[in-house]
Write a protein that binds this ligand. Structure first.
Ligand SMILES: C[S@@+](CC[C@H](N)C(=O)[O-])C[C@H]1O[C@@H](n2cnc3c(N)ncnc32)[C@H](O)[C@@H]1O
Length: 213
């Protein structure tokens, strides 16, 4: 919390100059937000952090689904991406419950214990600091909260999507999560090129355990 937002971009970071690719109509066919959200289950009234939100491809449908009582915190570390999201919102009508936040996945600047769901789409393979990000997710989640991670299947080749060498398989991510004290409740391929993993904190790991992530 606090301090300047760190921007540790790397060679896998999705360039803001390519933001239009996130908005291609065909993407709605191979990665339909409604289908992904149905797998996650009802979110009405929840606070959802969409980390690595990009142009808000998921943040906007989530903001509609959480309704007036809920909130979506759309976080990204590229100002230009967030500008795209702002422009999209002003063109389509602002959503009162969608808050745009410049933040880094391991240092979101969001308050602790503030979220029911942390969602990350096509972000995981771009991250360098898995442990730091999972520690941050844990800090953000309220008791019973969940993390939902969607990313590119490693058993398929592009296009679309990043080179296979950049991808993290569903099996690897499952292992990373369980190594860091998470219980995977759901893991399936979704859409045409992706997988989705949903996890909660394993009960024996208390929020205050100093060594756990
Ligand atoms: C491939 S885009 C996906 C955008 C959006 N989630 C979607 O599915 O349309 C990945 C996004 O994650 C952001 N990102 C990458 N690394 C990040 C980090 N460490 N912290 C915050 N955002 C990050 C990038 O700026 C980019 O907007």
């Amino acid at each position: 919390m606090g301090g300047p937002v760190k921007h540790p971009m790397n060679e896998r970071t999705f360039p803001a100059a390519d933001a239009h690719r996130l908005e291609k109509l065909e993407r709605l066919q191979w990665l339909p937000p409604d289908e992904i959200m149905a797998r996650i289950g009802p979110v009405q009234g929840m606070t959802v952090a969409d980390v690595g939100t990009g142009t808000g491809y998921f943040a906007i449908p989530f903001a509609k689904a959480v309704g007036r009582e809920g909130k979506v915190l759309a976080v990204d570390f590229q100002k230009e991406m967030l500008e795209n999201l702002r422009r999209k919102l002003s063109a389509s009508g602002a959503l009162q419950n969608l808050v745009i936040i410049e933040g880094e996945a391991a240092h979101t600047t969001l308050p602790e214990n503030s979220c029911d769901l942390v969602f990350m789409s096509n972000l995981w393979h771009e991250l360098d600091d898995d442990a730091g990000v999972l520690r941050e997710v844990k800090r953000l989640l309220r008791p019973g909260g969940r993390v939902a991670i969607l990313d590119w299947r490693a058993d398929l080749v592009p296009p679309p999507g990043p080179p296979v060498a950049h991808r993290v398989s569903l099996e690897t991510l499952r292992l990373v999560l369980s190594r860091h004290g998470w219980t995977v409740n759901y893991s399936e391929n979704v859409g045409m090129h992706s997988y989705l993993i949903i996890a909660g904190l394993t009960e024996i790991l208390s929020r205050h355990a100093p060594d756990s992530v």
